[in-house]
Structure formats: C-alpha cells, structure tokens
Design a protein around this ligand. Sequence first.
Ligand code: RBF
Length: 346
Amino acid sequence: MKKTVSLFLLAAALVLAGCRAKDSGAEQEKQDGNLSVLVYITGVTAGSPPYELMAAGAEEFAEANGNVRVMIYEAGFNQAEWEEQLTSLVADGEFDLVLGTNPSLPEICANVGEKFPAQRFIVTDAFYEGNPRISTYLYNQYEQSLYLGYLAGLITTGAMPQANAAKRIGFIASQEYPLLSKQIVPGFLEGARRVDPEIELDFRVIGNWYDANKAAELASGMIDTGVDVFTSIAGGASQGLIRTAKERGAYVLSYNTGEYDRMPGVIVGCGLMEQKKLVKEILADVLAGNIQYGTSRTVGAKEGYLDFIADDPGYRENIPPDIRERFDAFMDDIRAGRVDFSVPPL
Ligand code: RBF
C-alpha cells in the first residue's frame, strides 16, 4: 500500500510541476481531450474482486487511450479516514474524475464535493441520486444472491460427497451494511428456499475485511452446526473460510469473480460481476461527455452485468449433472428475465 501512495505523490508532483498551473481545473482538461482519473479504492485492492476488477479495467482503458491517465489509490481499512484522504487527494483539482466502487462512498463524495464543486465522482456498486456531481451504478446484487443461493440450496439438499443431511447453508460477512443486510443476505436465503423452503441460513460477521483467522474460526463453528455450503462477502478474509472448507469438507460459492482455481473442488460455483466492462464503458462515456450526473443506473444479469461462470471445470467437474441441469435452467431463466422476484428497498 505504501508503495502505491508514494508513487502517487511522485506522479502528482511531476504533473503539477510539468504540465499546467494549479488553477487549470477539471473542465479545462476535458476540453483538451485529456482525462485524469483517480481510482479511489476503499480498502486494499488485493483479495477484493470489485476493487481488483475496477483497477484493472481503468488501467486497461488508460493503456488503450493515450489521453487518459489513471492513478490507483488504496485508502486502507480505516473507514474513518476515507473522507479526509479523499479531500486531500482532490484538493488541488488535479483529477477530472474520482472513480470508486463501494456502497458507502457516495456520501463521502457528496461531502468532499461540497468543498470542491467542480469535482466529479462516479461510483459503482452504489445507489445515490440527486447530487449533480455524482453518478452511480448499482449492481442488482439481490439477483446474484438469488442464483448463488439457489445453487447453495441444490447442494445442501443434494448428494454431493461433502453434503450432509442438515438443510443448512452459511454466509460469512465482513461487515453489515444496508446493501448486504437488506438485499444480499435475504436474496441468498430466498434463492435457497426456492429449492426447499425448510433450508436454514447461518449468518455470521467477522468485523473487518482482513481477518482470515476469524473467518476460519467462524466457518469451523458453522460446520459444527451442519453447514455444508458457504458463501461470503469478506474481501481478503475469505481465505480463512476457504482453508477451513478444504480442511473440514464443505463447499464454497463466490460472488463477483471466477476463482475456482483458488481451491479446486471446494470453490464449486462463481458468480461474475462485469465490473471491468462497466468501468471501461463508464470511462468511454466520460470522454464522450455522456455521463448523467445526479442519476443512478441499476445493472443486473438481464442487462449483461452479472452472470455465473458455468464454463469452468471447477463447476462442471465438481457439481453432478442432476444439479447442473437444474441450476443451468434457472440461470437461463435469470438471464432471460423470466424469474420473478422483487428487490427489497435499500
Ligand atoms: N468488499 C470487498 O471485497 N473488500 C472490501 O474491502 C470491502 N470493503 C467494504 C467497506 C464498506 C464500508 C462497505 C459498505 C462495503 C465493502 N465491501 C468490500 C463490499 C463491496 O462494496 C460489495 O458490496 C461486495 O463485494 C458485494 O459485491
């Protein structure tokens, strides 16, 4: 993390010294056709798929577009410091755009934007409307939860080697926040109960985004109560769950990214968040002046921004044909918008 920060300071100093006076702000640069983007990572990039995909998408876009400059900044795990850090990063008007991905980020951007009215912010994985400096994109995570939960339901009621008689599924979260508590966890249980209404959910919270040992401890306790298939929203701490599932014999389903190879035979289902694609589209829209600030757009499976990675041996060779047949059919219905569900309000 330190390395990224100091690289950032060096690059910022070079830009300020070499390119233009401090008061040539964001609007000026856009007229030049240049775009300077701060990717503000609310945590640490490594181990957190939404962050990794956003950083990679922005960097790939900058590589393909010589007029775009991207700086990745990792704000670290102390959430109390995020607003102050962002304030000092945007204070000299160096960045045309702050790009981030986190449900709690828009409020921070709103506060920072009051001090720097010309600053523009785009946040994915978030919902926020009515602020002329902020545009957001919300993934329909109720939908991803529904289909991952459906697969969990098929596994816990099915006959895979590590599945037991108990109809219990597990969810380990790093932290509770509205999107998680109101949509992600309820969607996961709803999906499982569409397979069998008797399925119970064991839900536990780690308390931070990095403590893999705590995740391992929680997972072990949950296996003791009969959980045989897990999911998690836990960033880097998910490593502890995966390790325990391997040692004790249980399955793991992942949100947002293909990670079957992290623990073959244990991670048997992976959702997909098309964050890289979305980030590139957003940056192209910024260059073209096509962003509607003040609005929020919701994107899900039907729109092509959420999916499930079924064409991987980690899924095909570990999930038996009878379960795959039912799940693939459900997934087809999801993609086609044929599954009825109502998303609980945030
Ligand atoms: N997700 C991660 O993968 N890693 C993180 O470090 C992380 N930190 C978060 C911090 C806060 C305050 C909030 C509200 C969410 C965080 N998330 C993190 C969750 C992430 O934004 C997203 O909702 C989930 O990954 C589900 O797609």
